[in-house]
Design a protein around this ligand. Structure first.
Ligand code: SF4
Length: 273
């Protein structure tokens, strides 16, 4: 199946509304150090387009009765998309079928498709973990630099497309000092912020520990992942909440058990209905 009901390991902490998950690619060339897809996708850090993509998508798209989240286990705009344009082809199918769509990306290639996005019921979620281009290279080696993501966010905002910023993951000792700065930078262009602390699985934890020292924290095993201690997580999330409140920005968290008042966690309330 290409389009499946979103089911993040049946997590009790997941607050997502009913939605569908779709990705044009298997694997993701962005190769983020903290990425957990390596726990269930072979050859995880090489984007390969799915077989028979358009024919299967056309056949399955009719079952969507809420919205599609593209994508949860790979970026729909890996470097390969610049020349092969498969995600663009999928957008055309979504547009023809008037599908409500949430795009999740770390790439500015999304701005190439603004002509389609303008005519769709869509919201775009950019992940920004740091404002420092060099620092981002350490944990997101093949993803476009944050400065490019920021420019893309500004461009889509100018085009009237609702935008979300995910500060995800927040990693103590790496980007926790930047929480306020990130929100101060993005608030004029974003309509919603999602915050999430680092939750590696066993294999991503191993990779992460090679570049960031997490040994000082007593990680808690929860729902198949390693969570930071609750008091530390909540104090980090509280800081995001506080600064979002200051700028009148809608705020939510992802799989944290931390309460929020936003209409949705993932920002899907911004997709025109
Ligand atoms: S962009 Fe997302 S899916 Fe791709 S490697 Fe990074 S965390 Fe994983």
């Amino acid at each position: 199946m290409l389009i499946s009901e979103f089911d993040p390991w049946k997590s009790k902490l997941c607050t997502c509304p009913k939605k569908y998950s779709f990705s044009p690619y298997t694997g993701c060339s962005h190769a983020c150090v903290y990425c957990y897809i390596s726990s269930y996708i072979p050859n995880p850090f090489k984007s390969r387009v799915k077989k028979d993509l358009y024919r299967r998508l056309r056949r399955e798209v009719h079952k969507v009765d809420t919205y599609i989240s593209m994508a949860n286990s790979s970026d729909p705009y890996p470097p390969e998309e610049r020349y092969n344009r498969f995600t663009r082809g999928c957008l055309q199918i979504f547009k023809e079928n008037d599908i409500r769509l949430l795009i999740l990306t770390k790439s500015d290639i999304v701005t190439r498709d603004v002509d389609l996005l303008r005519e769709m019921r869509v919201a775009v979620s950019f992940t920004i973990t740091t404002l420092d281009d060099d620092k981002a290279k350490i944990i997101e080696p093949n993803a476009p630099a944050p400065s490019r993501r920021l420019s893309a966010l500004k461009k889509l905002n100018r085009e009237g497309i609702p935008c979300i910023v995910r500060i995800d993951p927040i990693i103590p000792g790496f980007n926790n000092e930047e929480i306020e700065e990130i929100v101060e930078e993005i608030y004029p262009y974003a309509d919603h912020v999602v915050a999430s602390t680092i939750k590696p699985r066993r294999d991503s934890l191993k990779r992460l520990e090679k570049v960031i020292n997490l040994r000082d924290y007593r990680l808690e095993r929860k729902e198949g992942a390693f969570y930071l201690p609750e008091n530390l997580r909540f104090s980090l999330l509280e800081r995001v909440e506080r600064i979002c409140r200051e700028y009148n920005l809608s705020f939510a968290t992802c799989r944290e058990g931390y309460p929020f008042r936003a209409e949705s966690c993932d920002g899907s309330h911004l997709i025109p209905s």
